[in-house]
Design a protein around this ligand. Structure first.
Ligand code: ZN
Length: 491
């Protein structure tokens, strides 16, 4: 069907103007009735965040998502375009996407009064109707709402105070669409006032000139919860005007976290060659969980879901590099690949004072070790590992470098009595590839090390329990620790 190309044709088609919020509500109602997946790819919010967003839209509210970083806030806001009509008519050439039957800008009003129903109509796709702005303290009224343009005034022969002389900012240009403002509390108070006036009254002052702009915009926001609730960060009338405050959260379970990470990370590379063991996924996910609980890490900024996502990408890459080097058939990540992925982890952690003192590397290694211990417990709880531990106590040693070829290490691992038969708990047996067996066996040894049953040094040589390790490497840390202790004592 051909879309109407003039106001006249549009009227004949039976088109009736609707506000953006009415339009979103109408589409949402249909989608709920049809039982559609409203927010594809958003995992773990089905019973918490998403119903609240739907309620906000059904209520016709402007709303704010409050949450720490990496909680899919921006992603959810971008998905709101799904609730707009696919195509929407606007007056051709209008900077504000004016509704052909209800123009608000002075230029279009004049044009319609002169040309009447012959004014041409342009159809806008919904993807063009979403705008977003990251709030920063230096955002001005001119950026967001507009400015008086003296050149425009001079050329058109208008007064400076005329509405014809306004150069429109981001918000007016988002007219008849959705405008998302991320990190709202970073917006200066004066700008918040301007924003409120536009939302509430449809008018605003630009350089002292009152400008009337009856915009039709669904405004949505995101913010860090602590910034948002801090006194004085948000002007009260604006806060009142935001209909719903919706809290986002990190994945509630490790399983949900794994699902999100698997969906977001770029890990499908050479397809069939790659096999990521479940315990490796679990350890990576548990690093984020452990970090969110760790007092050395800043609670206020949180630990983004991007940590496990970048980590697993780097883990797969390290395994890929090893497989390429040794011309191995399979790419099977190991726990040592997680340690090799520190560059994808350290930058994602905002450290508190104590963490800063110890350094991001040290803190990250501790987190990995904690994560390994927890994952070990889920897979190998109650399994008797005495025989393996004994082998090390009797002087056994083995080096498991992340660069070592699986076939080379496998021989050594087989010498450790009682080890390989325990891998059944990880669904790995002697018929599996060397890559799989080595990864699983190394996980067991890393788990025993995480539980301090056996030792391991910086060169990744596994040895007997803590005692010999203390002589080998501990004094360095102990000296450091006591130095921190003394320094802090004086503070
Ligand atoms: Zn217009």
């Amino acid at each position: 069907m051909k879309k109407p190309e003039t106001i006249k044709a549009l009227k004949v088609s039976g088109y009736a103007p609707q506000t953006v919020k009415q339009e979103m509500r109408r589409n949402l109602v249909c989608m709920i009735e049809r039982g559609e997946n409203l927010f594809p790819g958003i995992v773990g919010y089905e019973k918490t965040v998403l119903p609240q967003i739907e309620n906000a839209m059904l209520s016709g509210h402007d709303f704010i998502l409050l949450g720490l970083r990496g909680q899919a806030k921006t992603r959810i806001l971008r998905q709101l375009v799904r609730f707009l009509d696919e195509w929407t008519p606007a007056i051709e050439g209008c900077e504000l996407n004016d509704d052909p039957l209800n123009p608000i800008c002075p230029a279009c009003k004049r044009r319609v009064s002169l040309e009447g129903d012959q004014v041409p109509v342009r159809w806008i796709h919904r993807d063009e109707r979403y705008r977003e702005k990251l709030a920063t303290p230096d955002v001005t009224i001119a950026d967001l709402i507009g400015d008086i343009d003296p050149i425009k005034a001079a050329r058109g022969g208008h007064e400076l105070s005329s509405e014809f002389t306004v150069h429109y900012g981001l918000l007016p240009r988002a007219n008849r669409g959705i405008f998302a403002i991320n990190e709202l509390p970073d917006l200066a108070g004066k700008i918040q006032v301007g924003l409120f006036n536009i939302m509430q009254e449809g008018d605003v002052q630009i350089k002292g000139y009152p400008i009337r702009l009856a915009l039709d915009v669904a405004i949505v926001f995101s913010a860090n919860p602590e910034d948002y609730t801090a006194r004085g960060k948000i002007i009260t009338p604006l806060k009142d005007r935001i209909g719903s405050e919706i809290r986002t959260h990190y994945p509630a379970t490790v399983e949900e976290g794994i699902a999100i990470t698997a969906q977001e990370a770029w890990i499908q590379r050479d397809g069939s060659r790659l096999h990521i063991p479940k315990y490796v996924q679990e350890v990576i996910e548990r690093i984020a969980f452990a970090a969110r609980d760790d007092k050395k890490i800043d609670k206020r900024s949180g630990v983004s879901q991007r940590l496990p996502i970048s980590a697993i990408e780097n883990v797969v890459s390290n395994a890929e590099r090893r497989a390429l080097t040794h011309e191995e058939k399979f790419i099977v990540p190991r726990i040592s690949d997680i340690y090799a992925a520190l560059p994808a982890i350290t930058g994602k952690l905002e450290l508190e004072y104590e963490g800063e003192m110890k350094g991001a590397d040290f803190v990250s290694r501790e987190l990995i070790r904690t994560a390994v211990a927890k994952a070990f417990d889920t897979y190998l709880h109650g399994v008797n590992m005495n025989q393996v531990v004994q082998w090390f106590d009797l002087g056994g040693e083995i080096q498991l470098s992340d660069n070592a070829a699986a076939q080379d290490v496998l021989e050594g691992l087989r010498q450790i009595q009682g080890l390989m038969e325990k891998l059944g708990k990880l669904n790995v047996n002697t018929k599996d590839s060397a890559e799989m067996q080595v990864s699983a066996a190394e996980f067991v040894l890393e788990g025993l090390h995480a539980h301090k049953k056996i030792g391991r040094n910086e060169e990744r040589v596994f040895t007997a329990g803590e005692k010999p390790v203390k002589i080998a490497e501990k004094p360095v840390f102990e000296r450091d620790d006591s130095e921190f202790g003394r320094k802090r004592g004086f503070n």
